[in-house]
Design a protein around this ligand. Structure first.
Ligand SMILES: Nc1ncnc2c1ncn2[C@@H]1O[C@H](COP(=O)(O)OP(=O)(O)OP(=O)(O)O)[C@@H](O)[C@H]1O
Length: 293
């Protein structure tokens, strides 16, 4: 599948033949098998079952792969920065500042002993060292809390992470990522821990912020239904390979058997007739069916 002109001309992130393996020498196991995709100023979903390699890809882009991981690619870039070759100092500037990461549970990302407002203000100061005034940081914090639609931001800013709900925690995380002024957000199952109503609220907010600020979003999820609703394009992954890349609006027309299987697993009045295919063989056989790399 060809990329749209929007993403092909000026990608924010480009991965070409990205491979990720864990372990060394003969014991090395490749879990991402040479995948390629681009991200423009758009919402790109990466969907697949557990173990497909989605989170591993997100971490490789941030260069936060665990020790023992080997990441290689013909190209892995953020704008003109080579993410495989950039110095650690450059990566520290990129992370948080230009590429924000939102994980499933804000409890693991927030410092439990610091009020949330202070953590957001600290992020602002870290990324704007020349303008480090405490007053400006506090004002920016209140205005970003308002932007993520937190009511009574002055009160909330003083709360500790354990005093806020899961949905509020994700709003705080989004605020903390946005205050740095990034180009790209990577959200890895950002709403999986939330109940349905709050999930929709948080995704709608994320959607509005991405659109109004013209950012690129990679939304990593096992939930095709959610991704098709919020994303412009969808990368369908299975066992470390991209089966197919499609516009979300074209998902219904997908011909690839794996995508059709995933679609079939969505609840419908005919759901008893629609089953996920059981993939017992190497998924390479599926690649013949019109898959993008
Ligand atoms: N640190 C690691 N060491 C060895 N193998 C790993 C490591 N991290 C991930 N893997 C393996 O890489 C593969 C991809 O895992 P990954 O977490 O990226 O999948 P995922 O699609 O994000 O799944 P989930 O939705 O369950 O998070 C899996 O087979 C997993 O066991």
């Amino acid at each position: 599948m060809m990329d749209t002109a929007k993403t092909a001309t000026n990608p924010l992130i480009e991965a070409k033949n990205l491979r990720i393996a864990f372990g060394r020498g003969e014991a090395a196991v490749e879990v991402v098998h040479g995948i390629s995709f681009t991200l423009g100023r758009e919402k790109l979903g990466i969907v697949g079952e557990s173990g497909a390699g989605k989170s591993t890809i997100g971490r490789a882009i941030m260069r936060l792969s665990p020790p023992g991981a080997r990441v290689t690619a013909d190209r892995l870039t953020f704008k003109d920065v080579d993410l495989l070759k950039a110095s650690e100092k450059e990566m520290m500037r990129l992370r948080g500042r230009r590429i924000g990461l939102i994980l499933q549970d804000p409890k693991y990302s927030l410092n439990p002993v610091v009020p949330v407002g202070e953590q957001i203000a600290e992020t602002w100061r870290l990324h704007h060292p020349g303008r480090a005034g405490a007053r400006e940081a506090a004002e920016r914090t209140l205005s970003i809390l308002e932007a993520v639609k937190i009511r009574d931001p002055r009160r909330v800013a003083k709360l500790y992470p354990h005093e806020i709900s899961g949905g509020m925690g994700q709003r705080v995380m989004i605020a903390m990522m946005l205050i740095a002024g990034p180009d790209v957000l990577i959200a890895d199952e950002p709403t999986s821990a939330l109940d349905v109503t709050v999930r929709l609220e948080v995704l709608t907010l994320l959607d509005e912020l991405i659109e109004s600020r013209g950012l690129g979003l990679i939304l990593i999820s096992h939930d095709l239904n959610l991704v098709r609703r919020f994303c412009d394009r969808v990368v369908i992954m299975y066992a470390g390979r991209i089966m197919e890349t499609l516009k979300a609006s074209e998902l219904d027309k997908a011909e690839h058997p794996y995508t059709r299987g995933l679609l079939g697993s969505l609840p419908s009045i005919h759901s008893e007739q629609r089953r996920l295919p059981v993939l017992t063989r190497d998924p390479a056989w599926l690649l013949g069916a019109g898959a993008a790399r």
